[in-house]
Design a protein around this ligand. Structure first.
Ligand code: TNX
Length: 528
């Protein structure tokens, strides 16, 4: 052999050797996925994501390309890899990672996905791009915890092999953020959206107006934000979103397959509007700004025509900014509105919302009025009287029972943040319930889904938000997604405890509940 032939031979051997490298044995069933997938089968081997791994998509499929880009964005900081996206006619079966849309998975619904991992390839398939997006969240959790690091880490980047078939139990899985009691800016809301997306949630309800502030620009009623936007609890400067900024939030959420449900709370919880426009008050006198935390003292003038012109303008402008089907009209705690006026008011506002081609969502208090069957009543109170009235009207229920799902409740009596009017809410109590078993008379077919509200009387920063939502949020995501037979606190708390390293690498200020066995995930070794 010549020298060159020798070299070629050595190269060939090297190539054969690297491509035949034995896969590291791993057990997919030992991964700590939240929410827990519907079906999982482990095959005992693993796939290694290397700097040469490519992502394959179907030729010309722009939707899938976006998902591929999300995936790249997700793995880039920690791996330092720059995966190429390759468009193929039939990507299925090719080495590397393929993201594929296929009618075949229609039975898994629009959020379902099928994930197949072996030593050579990963194929993620779904009926829609939304399903692929949910699926890449699973991939994120299957990668080693160090994937969450903001700086480049050493590999190997191993993913356990097997098959996952997954789809949600409920189509509505969300959280609420109160941006009124304390204002949170666009970047903070985007961060909150990222947290929801990571656990496959699909709705963000924004509580945009209340006694202490008005947070969304309404061009036909500019004083709402010029005056009403400048206050918040405790006397801070408040703030508001211009319509342009709001669109940016809606788009950011939509890119993550999250729908924004905007709330204009009325006829109570309206002091900020009543400060801004004297004519909205029954006595025609503007109210004083309010920066305390009491509820139930304000009401729009339900018997004045101008009130309905105002609402029509607000809903029209908001509907134009809202791709989702719902507008939330609040309706809670209208203690100073006469009952008969409240009922007339809700029925009229319902017509206004529908005239702008949206459906009504409201706190279950609105079930005192005659609702259309397309409306949704959000159950929150400690007693289900209002929610049951909604069920009688064939109105669907969104489950947010304060005793279980209010993320602003203190964990215990020494929690530095939060309230406790609905009791303390430790991580086990927040998880250990089911949507359909919560209230007698509210059955599975009456329930639209789950939403965990975060009221902001006591919180001012992203750190504060994180302390209250982590780790309870993960439990709500699982209650909405995974079938009930998957839910056992004793098993869940172990999976939750294994999130420690991930939270810490993301600098998440989580509550380290003593009930959770927090454990570091150092290396992949542990999972073999
Ligand atoms: C009750 S829940 C309210 C809110 C408060 C919250 C504090 C609901 C529909 N109304 O105005 O912020 O309690 O937990």
């Amino acid at each position: 052999m010549t020298k060159l032939q020798h070299l070629m031979f050595a190269l060939l051997i090297g190539l054969v050797f690297t491509s035949c490298k034995e896969p590291v044995p791993m057990d997919l069933a030992k991964e700590n996925l939240i929410p827990k997938p519907v079906k999982l089968e482990a095959t005992g081997s693993s796939f290694e994501w290397t700097k040469n791994t490519q992502i394959h998509i179907q030729k010309g499929n722009e939707e899938t390309k976006k998902i591929a880009n999300h995936l790249i964005e997700m793995i880039q900081p920690a791996t330092g890899f720059q995966p190429k996206i390759k468009e193929l006619k039939t990507p299925l079966g090719s080495r590397g990672i393929s993201l594929i849309l296929d009618e075949k998975y229609k039975n898994l619904g629009k959020e379902g996905y099928h994930l197949m991992i072996d030593a050579r390839k990963i194929s993620l398939q779904a009926f829609t791009a939304e399903g692929l997006f949910r699926g890449i969240q699973t991939l994120r959790q299957l990668l080693p915890a160090k994937i969450e690091a903001k700086e480049t880490q050493e590999g190997p980047w191993l993913i356990a092999s097997g098959t996952i078939e997954d789809h949600p139990q409920y189509g509505y899985r969300g959280a609420m953020l109160d941006v009124v009691r304390h204002f949170f800016d666009v970047d903070e809301v985007k961060q909150y959206i990222d947290y929801l997306a990571a656990y496959k949630m699909n709705v963000l309800h924004l509580h945009l107006t209340d006694d202490q502030g008005w947070r969304i620009e309404i061009k036909s009623w500019p004083k709402l934000t010029e005056i009403g936007g400048k206050t918040e609890v405790g006397g801070g400067e408040g703030g508001f979103y211009t319509q342009e900024q709001y669109k940016e939030i809606v788009q950011y959420a939509a890119d993550r397959f999250i729908t924004i449900v905007p709330e204009i709370d009325m006829p109570g919880h309206t002091n900020a509007a009543l400060v801004s426009y004297a004519e909205l008050n029954a006595d025609g006198k503007a109210r004083k700004p309010y920066t305390g935390t009491k509820v139930g003292f304000s009401t729009l003038a339900t018997n004045k025509e101008i009130t309905y012109q105002f609402i029509d303008d607000v809903i029209r402008e908001l509907a134009a900014l809202t791709p989702g089907e719902y507008i939330h009209i609040g309706g809670d705690e209208s203690h100073v509105t006469k009952k008969k006026d409240y009922i007339k008011f809700v029925e009229r506002v319902q017509k206004i919302v529908e005239a702008h081609d949206k459906k009504v969502m409201g706190w279950a208090d609105i079930a005192a009025a005659k609702l259309n069957e397309t409306a949704v009543a959000q159950f929150w109170q400690t007693k289900p009287t209002n929610a049951l009235k909604a069920v009688e009207q064939n109105v669907k229920i969104l489950m947010s029972p304060a005793t279980r799902a209010y993320m602003d409740m203190q964990y215990d009596s020494i929690s530095p943040l939060g309230l406790h009017w609905a009791g303390y809410l430790e991580v086990d109590k927040a998880y250990n319930w089911t949507l359909e078993g919560n209230v007698e008379g509210i059955d599975k077919e009456d329930i639209l889904g789950i939403e965990a509200p975060l009221w902001a009387e006591t919180i001012e920063t992203m750190d504060d938000i994180e302390y209250l939502i982590f780790p309870r949020l993960l439990g709500y995501a699982e209650l909405g997604w995974s079938p009930d037979q998957n839910n056992s606190w004793d098993e869940y708390k172990v999976r939750l405890g294994k999130q420690k390293t991930r939270f810490e690498l993301q600098d998440i200020n989580y509550y380290q509940s003593k009930l959770v066995p927090w454990t570091d995930e150092k290396m992949d070794e542990e999972k073999k």
